[in-house]
Design a protein around this ligand. Sequence first.
Ligand SMILES: Nc1ncnc2c1ncn2[C@@H]1O[C@H](COP(=O)(O)OP(=O)(O)OP(=O)(O)O)[C@@H](O)[C@H]1O
Ligand SMILES: [Mg+2]
Length: 252
Amino acid sequence: MRDLYIRSMCLPEPIPRENYLAKLPVVRHLADRGIEFHKQVTFFVGENGSGKSTLIEALAISQGFNPEGGTKNFCFSTENSHSELCNYLRVARGTVYPRDGFFLRAESFYNVASNIDQMDREGGGGNRVINSYGGKSLHRQSHGESFLALVENRFGGRGLYILDEPEAALSPGGIIRLMQNMDELVRNDSQFIIATHSPMLLAFPDAEVYQIREDGIASVRFQDTDHYRTTVRFLQNPESAIEDILGRERAD
Ligand SMILES: Nc1ncnc2c1ncn2[C@@H]1O[C@H](COP(=O)(O)OP(=O)(O)OP(=O)(O)O)[C@@H](O)[C@H]1O
Ligand SMILES: [Mg+2]
């Protein structure tokens, strides 16, 4: 890939101190140092509430995606729940414009599926939107099946894909399929920016992992993330981990 579609983002103007956004570590880091993208795959990992969704949602909106998710052609809205961070964000783009794109917001994938069905009901018999998603209504598939149908059929390469917890619907086998698809899409000049809690996904090769903590954002090896270490420690000896967590031995 000659150039990334998204190279960096920063906050040129301060956010008023009384705004809750100003207290988030990601926002403080953006204001102080900005965030640079160096790889075709970038992960944001951090505790619940650390600001991952706020960050990638603002980036997606700044690039013209619907705040509730979908392609740039989606314009439905069920609840105006996105933050105003996008109004403050400055994004540096590469020289090449992506040909494809998708913003996945885990909480509103259901609404994306409904919107596709609705567009086809109102479409007047032309080429059906659902055909680009494998042909079967996403509502008539399981959560994980419909997500994989989206990635396998709709993601076409040379794209900017901004995904919030894509693992939410997926079994470990599903995560492996997602990684295989990502590998193909990366070879085909795509850029992924992903918020995740999945230690498996974090191991995707040649990715940059930004870990968000109270004291800011740091680029780390996936093996050094809290998520990876906690999961490995647990799985290496689940019985002893459960004893520590619950303060008692298992009865069985
Ligand atoms: N309207 C709001 N007013 C005040 N605080 C808010 C508002 N919306 C979100 N927050 C807070 O902003 C913080 C960041 O939320 P965000 O959804 O970005 O976290 P996250 O890292 O994506 O978490 P998770 O891993 O649980 O998805 C949270 O502490 C949340 O409570
Ligand atoms: Mg989130």
